[in-house]
Design a protein around this ligand. Sequence first.
Ligand code: NDP
Ligand code: 8X3
Length: 250
Amino acid sequence: MKKTALITGATSGIGHATAFEFAKHGIDLVLCGRRLGRLETIQKALSKLTNVYILNFDVRNKEEAFKAIQSLPEKFKNIDILINNAGNAHGLDIISEGSIDDWDAMMDINVKGLLYVSKAIIPGMTERKSGHIINIGSSAGKEVYPKGNVYCGSKHAVLAITEGMRIDLNPYGIKVGSINPGLVETEFSQVRFKGDKIADTVYQGFKALQAEDVAEVIYFAVSRPPHVNIADVLMFCTAQANSTIVKKEF
Ligand code: NDP
Ligand code: 8X3
């Protein structure tokens, strides 16, 4: 039977690549993000392959998030697969110099935004006693690196919440897992460094993971048979050993 997936952060990077990967496999899509123009462009491109509905909201705003999800038309209402992907890092500073606005943004988007969207979608899954939730964590949810303090904290929270969801949703037969990549070449560093040219150097000298590499793993997880749940994946590019060791060609 055709499934419907809701992907947050579908306008760029991992979420965007996942939308394309899912469309290729005929999964119906509800694509979310703040940049409406991008959502419309992606909808136009993917509508040739599958049914696509777009929802334009900021995950930080719980009223907007609930209103958007509740507004889904009948055809897209039953979300089989939730990909909680929207997120980002803001700044890279030692804890004494970090900006409170950056901290708020990371906790509000990466942690609270994920919770709001989940809260709006999980009741439908528990009612139907089926569903699959994949939270996009990070290697930063398993390790802490210098100046990563609050971003790493937000991603550790994502991992703890994922495990909590898996426990609590177990009686309903709902699959819950996390995919945790290391360095992926997306708009992530443009956002983290607020457009500063240092962002251009982050992925230089080695081949970082590409958004499509992560999307393929996400599709692998959602395409397993009903008795198999991919609970936790840590993935790096070959050049990366952990959060602080990356083999560069210069
Ligand atoms: P991108 O910056 O390319 O994409 C981030 C996506 O999140 C965009 O589609 C953006 O859409 C959306 N988003 C950001 N803030 C909000 C918000 N307030 N409300 C709604 N949507 C929002 O980064 P990535 O693809 O790399 O990041 C995706 C996820 O992967 C994040 O959770 C990130 O932490 C995680 N990750 C990234 C890694 C990396 O190295 N790139 C490694 C490990 C994990 P819009 O701006 O249109 O709202
Ligand atoms: C993104 C990976 O190492 O830039 O979550 O924090 S890292």
